[in-house]
Unconditional design. Structure first.
Lengths: 698, 294
C-alpha cells in the first residue's frame, strides 16, 4: 500500500537567498531520483518549501516497505562460462552459487564487452526508514551551491552550518523518526520556530501531513511556503500603500528576493524626510531600492514620500523597526544629498575637464582622451542624423559624471547623474537626454535611449571602446571578456536595428579604428577586419536570439552583405518567411553549385552574346527579367518579393546544369558562361547567399 | 548609549565569554583582521578567543570631516571565536542585548555577504547583519588566511562602532554623536579627520611612500630569511606595506594595472608570514592546544 509519507526539514543558519530555490529543487529531485533507483517510483512531491533558514520537502505515495526487486547481475563472459560441449564451467557454477540461483537459471545477455551470463536475483525489500536514511544521506551532501563553506572543526562542507534535521515517516501521521545523520547532526522530530518570534522547539512528531506541518510552523512564526510569503508581501504592501493614498511601484525582482530572505513576511511603512524629497527621483529610487532594498511608493506616477521596508516578523509593536529604517533611509539620503551638493559646486563641463585623471586603459590614455575620440566619431556617425553642435556638446559631457561624487558612490547611476546635472544646468533637452541615456541599452535586454542623439553618442562611445581595445589586443577569448566587449557590440547592433540608427557598421568600424590607429600595433587594416568579424558575429547572435531567425538564415543574409543592421534584419525576416517554400530548397542546392564553380574559376570578362545552347540562352533571358524585378523590389525594401522573384531562376538554372557544360574547351565560350553565372550570383547576393540554406552550406 | 558605553559593554560581554580582552594593534591597519590576534591566530589547530577594538585606517574613505557619515579612520570591535561554536549566532544576538537591543523588538537579518582580502590572501563566507535595515556587523566564517585552508574554522564578528553608536543615539551627524566623558565624536576626532584627509589626498609624499614600500618589503623578506624566522616583525612590515599602498591609492598615484601588482607584493609577504607562523607554532608544539579555558 503506497499510502505513506515522508517529511524532511533541514534547519540551517541563514542560507544565501540566491541559492535557496535551487537547493530546494535539487533536494526534491535528488530524493526522487534516488528512490526510483531503489525501486520506489511513482512517489508524489507533496511539498517543496523553504525559508531563509530551512529547506523542506514532503513526499507522499510511499510504500510501507520497499518492495522486493529483481536485480540482474552480470557474470563471466559466455566463453568462460560454458565449455565446448555446452556444459557450465566452474566460473559459471561459482557465479550462480554466489547469486543464489540455479545454474539453469543463468541467461545470456549483452554486456558492455560482449556476451556474458547473467542471473536475476531477488533482492528483498528493506524497511522504508532504512531506504530513506541512505537516500537522504547520499543526496544532501551532494547538493551543489554557488559557494559552500566549512565551520567549527572544519570537517564538513555545506552552504551554511546545519543545526537540525527533521526526518519523519508514517502513514496518516508522521510517527517514526528516520534514523539518519547529516554532518554529525542526528535526525529528530523537533525543529525550531522563528528566531525571535518563537525561539523554542516545535514538535513535528505525529503531524498529519503537509498541511499540518505548514500549520505547526505557522503557529511558530514561520511561513514555510515561499509562494505564500510572496502573496502575503504583495497583499500587505498594497494595503500599506493604500492607507496613504499611494500605489506600490511594481518591483517583482525585489519582492522575489525578499521572499527568500525571510521566515515570516512582514512590512513596515516609513516616511522619507521632507528635505530629501528635493533629490532627483533617480537618486531617491536608487538609494531606497538598491541600497536599502525598500519598495518605492508612488502617487500620480511620482515617487511619494514613503517607503516600505520588509521585515522578518509580523508586526512592529514598539515602532522600533519603522523608526530604525527611517533613520537609516534618512542617513542614506542625507549622504546622497551631500555628494549631490558637492558635485553641483562646479558645472559638469568642469568635471569633464578632470577626466584626464581617470585612466581608461594603460595603453589608451585617459577618459579625456577617449572623449576626444568619441566626439570625432559621433560627429561622423551623426552627420545628417542629429545637430552637429549638440553632438559635440553631448559627447564632451557624456562621461563627465565618472568623476562626480554621486557616481563614485552609486556607480549604477552612471550617465543618469550626468544627464541630471546637465538638465539642471539648462542644456537643451536633446543634449541632457543624450548624456542621461547613452549607456542604454545595457545589452540584449534593457531600454533604448529616448532620442537619436543619445543613440549616436552611445554607439560612438562603444565603437570607440571596441576599436581602442582591439587595437591594443584586448580581444575577448572564450569566457574571458573583462571589458564586456561582447555586450558593447551587441548594444551597438541593437541601436542600429531598433532605434533604428541607419549607419553602415562596416564603414563606422573602419572610421573608429582609424581614430585609434596610433595604438594599433597589429596594423590598422588587420584590427578593422578582426573587429568587423567580431561585430558581425554579434549581429548574427542578435538575428538568431532577438529577431528569431534560424542560424542558416542569419548566415545567408550576412554572407551576402552586412552592416546596415536594420536592412540586414529586414532581409533576414523576409528570408525566414519564404524559406519554407519548396522552390527555395532546390534553389539553395543549385546556387551552391554556382558558387562552387565560380570559386574555382578565373573570373574575367565574358561576352554573353557568345552563348549558344538553348538552355543557357533561356537562363540569360530569365535572369535579365529577374534582375529588373528584383532590383526594384530591393529598392523598395520589399525583400520577400525580391526573394520570390529569384524563384523564377530555379527551373532554367536546373536545366542549364543538365544541358550545359560550363568548363568547356572553348575559352571564350567558357568565359561567357562564367560571366552569366557571375551575373546570377550578383543578383542573388544583393539579397542573400541562398547556398547557406538547408544545410547546404558545407 | 555613548560610544564608549558600546565599547565597554561589548568588551565586557565577550570578555566574560572566555575571550582574551586584547588591545588595538599599534601599527596602522585597514581592518581589525590584520591584527596578528586575528590574522595569525586563525591559522593552525590551536583554539583562541579574543576581543579588541581596532582603529582602522582607510585613507581613501576620508572626506575632510565634511561628510557626517564618512571617516578616514573608524573603530571596529573585532571578536574571534576559534573554533566557531555551534551557538555563535545566539551568542551574537546576546551581545546585542548587552547593548540594550532586544532582538524581540527589532528586525535582525543575516544577509549573505562574503568577505575577501586580496592583500592577506584571505577569504570567508558569511553575512552582513542588518538591524532594522542598518548594517551593524560583518559576520564571517574564515575559510582561508595567507592562502592556507583553515581548520578549525574561526568565526569573526566585526562591529562597526560609529554606526552602532549613531544608530542607538538616532544621530545623523557622526561628529555630533556622543563619545562619552561629556564630549562628542567630533570634539575628539574632527580635526584629525580634516588633517588626515588633507595629508592623504594632497600632501603625502609619493616618492617617499613608494620608497618605503620597497624598504618594508625588503625588511619583511629579511625577517623571514633569518635562521629562525621573525614572524611578527615580518607581519608588521607587511602591514606597513599595506598602509603605504592605501596612502598611495588615496593620493591617486596608483594606476589600475599597477594596483594588482602592488597588492600581489603585499600578499606575497602576508602568505610567507602565515607559513612561517605555522612552522613556528608547530616547532613550539602548538602551545595553546588542548588547554581549554576553564
Amino acid at each position: 500500500m503506497s499510502d505513506h509519507q515522508f517529511l524532511l526539514e533541514l534547519l540551517c543558519e541563514e542560507i544565501p537567498a540566491a541559492a535557496l530555490a535551487g537547493a530546494a529543487a535539487q533536494l526534491a529531485d535528488g530524493i526522487e531520483t534516488r528512490l526510483g533507483e531503489e525501486g520506489i517510483g511513482e512517489v508524489r512531491r507533496a511539498f517543496v518549501g523553504y525559508t531563509s533558514r530551512r529547506l523542506a520537502v514532503v513526499f507522499t505515495g510511499l510504500p510501507e516497505r520497499q518492495p522486493d526487486r529483481a536485480v540482474e547481475v552480470q557474470g563471466p563472459p559466455v566463453k568462460a562460462a560454458f565449455a565446448a560441449d555446452g556444459s557450465p564451467t566452474a566460473a559459471a557454477l561459482g557465479f550462480a552459487r554466489g547469486q543464489g540461483v540455479a545454474v539453469d537459471a543463468l541467461r545470456v545477455v549483452d554486456g558492455p564487452k560482449g556476451q556474458v551470463v547473467a542471473a536475476t536475483r531477488t533482492v528483498p525489500g528493506e524497511a522504508m526508514e532504512a531506504v530513506l536514511a541512505r537516500t537522504v544521506e547520499a543526496v544532501v551532501p551532494a547538493l551543489r551551491f554557488p559557494k559552500a563553506m566549512r565551520w567549527g572543526a572544519g570537517e564538513y562542507t555545506f552552504v551554511r552550518p546545519l543545526h537540525r534535521v527533521v526526518a519523519l515517516f508514517g502513514a496518516q501521521r508522521l510517527e517514526t523518526v528516520v534514523p539518519l545523520t547529516l554532518f554529525g547532526v542526528a535526525a529528530g522530530s523537533t525543529t525550531l520556530g522563528h528566531r525571535v518570534a518563537h525561539p523554542g522547539p516545535v514538535e513535528l512528531l505525529g503531524a498529519a501531513g503537509v498541511e499540518d506541518y505548514v500549520q505547526r510552523l505557522a503557529a511558530a512564526g514561520v511561513v514555510v511556503d515561499p509562494a505564500e510569503r510572496h502573496a502575503v508581501l504583495q497583499e500587505k504592501a498594497a494595503a500599506l500603500a493604500a492607507e496613504v493614498g499611494c500605489a506600490v511601484r511594481r518591483d517583482e525582482a525585489l519582492v522575489g528576493e525578499h521572499v527568500d530572505l525571510l521566515e515570516y513576511p512582514g512590512l513596515v511603512r516609513g516616511q522619507i524626510p521632507t528635505a530629501a524629497m528635493a533629490l532627483p527621483e533617480e537618486v531617491l529610487v536608487t538609494t531606497l531600492r538598491h541600497h536599502q532594498k525598500c519598495l518605492v511608493l508612488e502617487r500620480d506616477g511620482r515617487v511619494a514620500p514613503y517607503f516600505l521596508a520588509v521585515m522578518d516578523r509580523a508586526s512592529d509593536p514598539k515602532g522600533l523597526v519603522r523608526e530604525g529604517n527611517e533613520w537609516v533611509v534618512g542617513a542614506r539620503l542625507q549622504d546622497a544629498a551631500f555628494f549631490f551638493s558637492q558635485d553641483r559646486r562646479r558645472p559638469l563641463a568642469d568635471h569633464a575637464r578632470r577626466l584626464d585623471r581617470v585612466q581608461f586603459h594603460q595603453k589608451l590614455g585617459s577618459y579625456a582622451d577617449k572623449a576626444v575620440a568619441v566626439q570625432a566619431l559621433a560627429r561622423w556617425l551623426g552627420a545628417g542624423l542629429a545637430d552637429d553642435d549638440e553632438i559635440t556638446t553631448a559627447a564632451a559631457l557624456a562621461r563627465a559624471d565618472l568623476v562626480t561624487g554621486m557616481v563614485g558612490e552609486f556607480p549604477e547611476l552612471q550617465g543618469v547623474m550626468g544627464g541630471l546635472y546637465a538638465r539642471l544646468e539648462g542644456y537643451p533637452e536633446a543634449v541632457w537626454r543624450a548624456v542621461y541615456d547613452h549607456y542604454r541599452p545595457a545589452g540584449l535586454e534593457g531600454d533604448l535611449p529616448q532620442g537619436t542623439l543619445g543613440a549616436v553618442v552611445g554607439a560612438a562611445d562603444r565603437l570607440d571602446t571596441l576599436a581602442a581595445l582591439f587595437a591594443v589586443g584586448e580581444v575577448p577569448t572564450g569566457s574571458k571578456d573583462p571589458f564586456a566587449l561582447r555586450r558593447a557590440a551587441l548594444a551597438v547592433v541593437r541601436l542600429c536595428a531598433e532605434m533604428p540608427l541607419r549607419i553602415d557598421l562596416r564603414a563606422a568600424i573602419g572610421r573608429a579604428v582609424a581614430g585609434r590607429a596610433a595604438c594599433a600595433a597589429g596594423g590598422e587594416a588587420e584590427v578593422a577586419a578582426q573587429l568587423a568579424e567580431f561585430v558581425r558575429e554579434r549581429e548574427r547572435f542578435y538575428l538568431v536570439t532577438k529577431v528569431g531567425v534560424a542560424g542558416e538564415v542569419a548566415d545567408a543574409v550576412l554572407e551576402a552583405r552586412w552592416g546596415v543592421v536594420s536592412d540586414d534584419v529586414s532581409r533576414a525576416q523576409a528570408l525566414e518567411a519564404v524559406r519554407g517554400e519548396e522552390v527555395f530548397a532546390s534553389l539553395a542546392v543549385a546556387f551552391k553549385r554556382v558558387r562552387n564553380i565560380l570559386a574555382k574559376a578565373d573570373r574575367g570578362a565574358g561576352d554573353e552574346g557568345l552563348l549558344i545552347e538553348p538552355a543557357e540562352k533561356a537562363l540569360f533571358e530569365v535572369l535579365q527579367t529577374v534582375e529588373a524585378t528584383e532590383a526594384s523590389a530591393v529598392a523598395a525594401g520589399e525583400y520577400a518579393a525580391g526573394l520570390r522573384a529569384l524563384a523564377a531562376v530555379a527551373a532554367p538554372l536546373d536545366r542549364f546544369f543538365v544541358e550545359v557544360m560550363v568548363m568547356c574547351e572553348d575559352a571564350a565560350l567558357r568565359q561567357a558562361r562564367l560571366a552569366l553565372l557571375a551575373r546570377l550570383e550578383r543578383v542573388f547576393l544583393s539579397l542573400a547567399d541562398l547556398s547557406r540554406l538547408g544545410g547546404a552550406a558545407t | 548609549m555613548d560610544l564608549q558605553e558600546v565599547i565597554l559593554a561589548l568588551t565586557r560581554f565577550w570578555g566574560e565569554r572566555h575571550c582574551v580582552v586584547q588591545q588595538p594593534y599599534d601599527v596602522e591597519v585597514g581592518a581589525g583582521t590584520m591584527h596578528p590576534e586575528t590574522f595569525l591566530r586563525v591559522l593552525g589547530p590551536e583554539p583562541y578567543q579574543v576581543v579588541y577594538v581596532q582603529p582602522s585606517r582607510r585613507p581613501a574613505d576620508a572626506r575632510f570631516g565634511e561628510n557626517p557619515f564618512r571617516f578616514g579612520k573608524h573603530l571596529q570591535l573585532q571578536v574571534i571565536l576559534k573554533p566557531s561554536p555551534p551557538e555563535v549566532q545566539e551568542l551574537y544576538l546576546d551581545s546585542l542585548r548587552a547593548l540594550g537591543i532586544d532582538p524581540a523588538d527589532h528586525d535582525v537579518r543575516f544577509e549573505e555577504d562574503n568577505w575577501e582580502s586580496p592583500t592577506l590572501g584571505a577569504w570567508g563566507v558569511g553575512w552582513q547583519v542588518l538591524l532594522d535595515g542598518m548594517e551593524i556587523t560583518q559576520f564571517t566564517y574564515f575559510q582561508q588566511a595567507g592562502g592556507i585552508d583553515l581548520k578549525p574554522i574561526a568565526a569573526e564578528l566585526t562591529y562597526g562602532l560609529e554606526r552602532i553608536a549613531m544608530f542607538l543615539q538616532r544621530q545623523h551627524d557622526g561628529f555630533a554623536m556622543r563619545w562619552g566623558g561629556g564630549v562628542t565624536y567630533g570634539q575628539v576626532r574632527h580635526q584629525e579627520e580634516v588633517e588626515m584627509s588633507r595629508y592623504a589626498f594632497q600632501v603625502a609624499g609619493v616618492e617617499m611612500l613608494r620608497r618605503h614600500f620597497e624598504d618594508w618589503e625588503g625588511e619583511a623578506r629579511r625577517c623571514l630569511q633569518q635562521e629562525e624566522p621573525l614572524v611578527v616583525p615580518a607581519l608588521e612590515a607587511a602591514l606597513k606595506m599595506s598602509h603605504l599602498f592605501n596612502l598611495l591609492d588615496a593620493r591617486g598615484a596608483i594606476s589600475v594595472t599597477e594596483r594588482v601588482g602592488l597588492i600581489a607584493r603585499v600578499r606575497r609577504q602576508a602568505v610567507a608570514c602565515a607559513k612561517a607562523y605555522l612552522a613556528q607554532r608547530e616547532r613550539l608544539g602548538w602551545p595553546l592546544q588542548g588547554e581549554a579555558a576553564p
